[in-house]
Ligand binder design. Structure first.
Ligand SMILES: NC(=O)C1=CN([C@@H]2O[C@H](COP(=O)(O)OP(=O)(O)OC[C@H]3O[C@@H](n4cnc5c(N)ncnc54)[C@H](O)[C@@H]3O)[C@@H](O)[C@H]2O)C=CC1
Ligand SMILES: O=C(CO)COP(=O)(O)O
Length: 334
């Protein structure tokens, strides 16, 4: 039995806390809004973000950050990417020399384009053991105990194995790797491509288009990921193509649903309000587009998604721009 604290009481933080509590660990789930945490404590369930799944007795909820950090040496962050640096800054004064940090956030830092392990190094220094969890894993499927497999990446493989051990059970497989860059870029890029897949489906383009988009999207993910130091096998694994397929094809994905709404011509504010949860791909589209430009990498689907989101390009015109590109070789190098 290990003590673990999970930070971020949204759908993903709650699902991870449930998983580890069901595995018999002693788990604290921290949220920043005391009134939200009070509701969780009273209902023993997260009715706002993950309704229908009762908390076991060994899952406690906390609104006090210092108490949640004191509770465990293993800390897992599941706040959205836009809050990542400020959250770490708040965390810093409470850390002990034994603290180890992991994150399940999928995204990059908007202002700097940094990967989140770089943000950790900036704020907490290079010495703290750090690992990322990613892969095809909807919160609701996990909470419902449906079979799931993910990747845990750390440059300290011992910490990756320890974290994987906390998560692993006979319905949840956690694989390990040292490719912290590839795993993060897979998780970030797939959200952009899921918006694009949603747009295509919202326009009524059907199955052939979806499969083409996923496949060409994978080529984009790999071009960027390899240029930034990720390993090819990571993009062919759970955190790459695995999560790409999941998020592009199932309507549990908020990024895909956002794209679906855009493709149907619904107003952006209405779609965002109806989803009512984090849509990481909106900001990530901007960051990845900027990275691709800086590195001179061709990412046409990302580029057209960027134009829909930030330059008011009509979805149908974006698709036509893709289809009217000159004929190409299918190889990765383009
Ligand atoms: N929901 C899912 O199925 C999965 C989500 N993720 C990732 O997990 C991360 C969190 O997303 P979800 O839990 O799904 O979003 P959500 O919308 O369900 O919940 C977001 C939570 O973050 C909290 N939050 C927002 N700003 C904060 C701040 N400044 N400080 C502390 N907490 C803050 C909110 O209060 C809320 O509790 C995202 O990066 C997402 O991509 C990864 C895998 C699966
Ligand atoms: O990352 C996810 C599943 O692996 C969740 O996807 P969405 O953020 O699009 O809902």
């Amino acid at each position: 039995m290990t003590a673990v604290s999970v930070f971020g009481a949204g759908s993903w933080g709650t699902a991870l806390a449930l998983l580890m509590a069901r595995n018999g660990h002693s788990v604290a789930l921290w949220g920043r809004q005391p009134e939200h945490i009070a509701k969780l404590a009273a209902a023993r369930c997260n009715e706002r973000y993950l309704p229908g799944f009762n908390f076991p007795d060994n899952l406690r909820v906390l609104a006090d950050l210092a108490e949640a950090v004191r509770f465990a040496e293993v800390l897992i962050v599941a706040v959205p990417s836009h809050a990542f640096r400020s959250f770490l800054t708040n965390l810093t004064p409470h850390l002990s020399p034994k603290s180890k940090i992991a994150w399940a956030t999928k995204g990059l830092e908007l202002q700097s384009g940094k990967l989140l392990h770089q943000v950790i190094e900036d704020v907490l220094g290079p010495e703290i053991p750090a690992a990322v969890l990613s892969g095809p894993s909807f919160a609701r499927d996990l909470a419902a105990n449906l079979p799931t497999a993910v990747t845990v990446a750390s440059r300290r493989i011992g910490f990756a194995k320890m974290l994987a051990g906390l998560l692993h059970n006979n319905r949840f497989r956690a694989y390990t790797t040292d490719d912290i860059i590839g795993v993060q870029l897979g998780g970030a890029t797939k959200n952009v491509l899921a918006i694009a897949a949603g747009v295509a489906d919202g326009l009524g383009f059907g199955a052939n288009s979806r499969a083409a988009l996923i496949t060409r999207g994978l080529a984009e993910m790999m071009r960027l990921g390899l240029a930034m130091g990720g390993k090819p096998e990571t993009f062919m694994g759970l955190a790459g193509v695995g999560d790409l397929i999941l998020t592009c094809t199932d309507n549990q994905s908020r990024n895909r649903r956002f794209g679906l709404g855009l493709g149907k011509g619904l107003p952006r504010d209405q779609i965002v309000a109806e989803i009512g949860q984090e849509i990481e791909g909106i900001v990530t589209t901007k960051v990845i587009h900027q990275l691709a430009q800086n590195l001179g990498i061709e990412m046409p689907i990302t580029e057209q998604t960027y134009k829909i989101l930030y330059e008011n390009l009509a979805p149908l015109d974006a698709v036509n721009n893709l289809l009217l590109r000159e004929q190409k070789s299918e190889t990765l190098a383009c």
